[in-house]
Design a protein. Sequence first.
Length: 348
Amino acid sequence: MDIAKRFQENPLLKPQDLAGSGAKLQVICLLNPAVFTYQHKIYLLVRVAESVAPQEGKLFIPMRMANNLLEIMELKLDDPDLINTDARIINYKGLDYLTTISYLRLFSTENGISFRPEPLQLHGIGASERYGIEDCRVSKIEDVYYLTYTAVSENGVAVGLRTTKNWQQFDYLGLIFPPHNKDVALFEEKINGKFYALHRPTSKEIGGNYIWLAQSLDGVHWGNHQCVLKSRAKHWDSARVGAGAAPIKTAKGWLMIYHGANYQDRYCLGAALLDLQNPAVVLARTENPIMEPMESYELSGFFGSVVFTNGHLINDDELTIYYGAADEFICGAKFSIAEIMGELKWID
């Protein structure tokens, strides 16, 4: 049951609203923003995906060199070594490449609806982020903002961490989860003196795309990994699940908003409730999605039939989710936390 109250102003941000970060680049997609407040203002840290304007018979692949400068590989579409069947990824001579390169760009708002770009841009650093950085989550723990994001390179998809206190100076702490992993959301308070994080390793041979839980003493080095939430056969989340933003603390448990997809790559949102003292214990879970793609801007875009969130704001019972729609647009919706809790089915 879709219980989202979408903003009438959706989409809030579109690719044509933004110029490319370089002379040869154009913005293809705006995706999956992190959300946070700082000095009484609301900010989105949006994933911006860029590519080179196409030319007839040619394909261009942007990436970063060792010195972090932009490099553009030019391919011919009729090259027999090119496998080009996916809008997001190609294979050339046995190696995978992304068709776009992503970075993070900051937007601010006074009213939660109209956003303007800020100067801050965060780009990939070093070999492990050569293909870009994606889908950031921001968790504020004490006085530190933790930015966990997907780091992509020819070596795989991993998770990077940067921290800041003032959104001007950043500490780059490298990879905290190796490939293949993504969807890392840190709890915004320690539990029994430890940091906790949700993450999503991927296995192609055995297991699946499940949500895991990890613990840390310092927020950088992680261990005691436990699988907590699996995909469900013949459900809307049959192919993969992944955490959204930081879980929400309620009297009954940690409320986790997560995305799920089926084997037709249709992405919806659901919820689960984790035990307050031991979040490895799942207390309840929604049987049906709380939000599913149904509006035109969610059904049609760079990659259609997608609603995907990794950022929200909480105001008493009101939950404002900012989300990526169809892998192209930034949108907003409001929920009642009590109503989401009412959709949960308790696990015996």
